[in-house]
Design a binder for this molecule. Structure first.
Ligand code: DAK
Length: 260
């Protein structure tokens, strides 16, 4: 499907989605969010795609937030719809059975920072800047930032970012747990794709199950979450990939995954 504001490429089982509005620093307007939703659906249905990398076009921004010009024209009901759309897209990313990786090549502000929070893994270039500057606009984060950010970095760090609206550089973001590694700008995309290919080479049902268990378990008590893990673990023994993975180990050969 052709997109206006996204570039979607697939190679070696890895999809790369580039948010492509460099003149607006890749800000998310309604159309871009709708296209993201459609692209995620498409990727979820494509059994050849085993991992997704998200990045921003140009060398300045990952995503500089929701589109402020478009948002400034919204009434309260439209704002609720817009926030619901963002929430839906970011929930779609979390529910995607393949791993999602943000390659943060520049500003990841507001909705852009929130986009990274909905991804499984985040890698940043030395140029990356993270922040939730909504209070500078008289707003609060509207795409899950007050909640996912708190879960990722803890309440005090989340409050510092959200209440001051200040940006942090890549090294600080790493120290806070907003990204895993910081690499040179020219190496970022290949670094993220390398991680994606690693995950793509592992048992697909196991990867999808592990992602789901970690995701769903985070909102449960430890006892309930461990119950979920037992079910997920046992469920794999009904499929072919777990049998194949263990057999391949014992036969000292690489596994041949079927994805079932
Ligand atoms: N939206 C639209 N355009 C943007 C943009 C954005 N978020 N960020 C940058 N741009 C545009 C600029 O307007 C400028 O356009 P022209 O003037 O060239 O036409 C162009 O990108 C280049 O930006 P600058 O000239 O400003 O570039 P600088 O290098 O000087 O500064 C900057 C870069 C990233 C520091 C600066 O652009 C900046 O502060 N941008 C805004 C960042 C920001 O505040 N992001 C958070 C957006 S608010 C909700 C739903 C959602 C949300 C909240 C509530 N509900 C419905 C309840 C989410 C909110 C947000 O994400």
């Amino acid at each position: 499907m052709p997109f206006e504001n996204l570039i979607v490429e697939v190679a070696d089982g890895v999809a790369t989605v580039t948010v492509n509005r460099p003149k607006q620093l890749n800000a998310l307007d309604r159309k871009t969010l709708e296209e993201l939703s459609a692209a995620i659906d498409q990727i979820g249905r494509d059994r050849a795609v085993r991992a997704l990398v998200i990045t921003g076009a140009g060398d300045k921004a990952f995503v500089a937030g929701a589109d402020i010009a478009a948002m400034s024209r919204l009434g309260a009901a439209e704002a609720r719809d817009f926030a619901a759309l963002g929430h839906r897209v970011f929930a779609q990313l979390e529910a995607l059975p393949v791993v999602t990786i943000a390659a943060v090549n520049g500003f990841a502000l507001g909705g852009g920072c929130e986009l990274t929070l909905a991804c499984d893994l985040v890698y940043a270039s030395e140029r990356a800047r993270f922040g939730q500057p909504e209070v500078n606009l008289g707003l609060v984060p509207g795409f899950g930032g007050t909640q996912r950010l708190t879960r990722r970095v803890g309440p005090m760090r989340a409050k510092e970012l959200v209440l001051t609206g200040d940006m942090v550089d890549a090294a600080t973001a790493k120290a806070m747990g907003l990204c895993l590694e910081v690499v040179a700008p020219e190496k970022l995309l290949e670094h993220a794709r390398g991680k994606a290919r690693t995950v793509a080479s592992r048992g697909p049902v196991a990867v999808a199950t592990a992602k789901r268990l970690i995701q769903q378990g985070a909102d449960l008590s430890l006892a309930e979450a461990n119950g979920l893990e037992r079910q997920g673990f046992a469920g794999l023994f009904g499929g072919e990939d777990a049998k194949e993975g263990m057999r391949a180990f014992l036969e000292k050969r690489p596994p041949r995954w079927k994805g079932i």
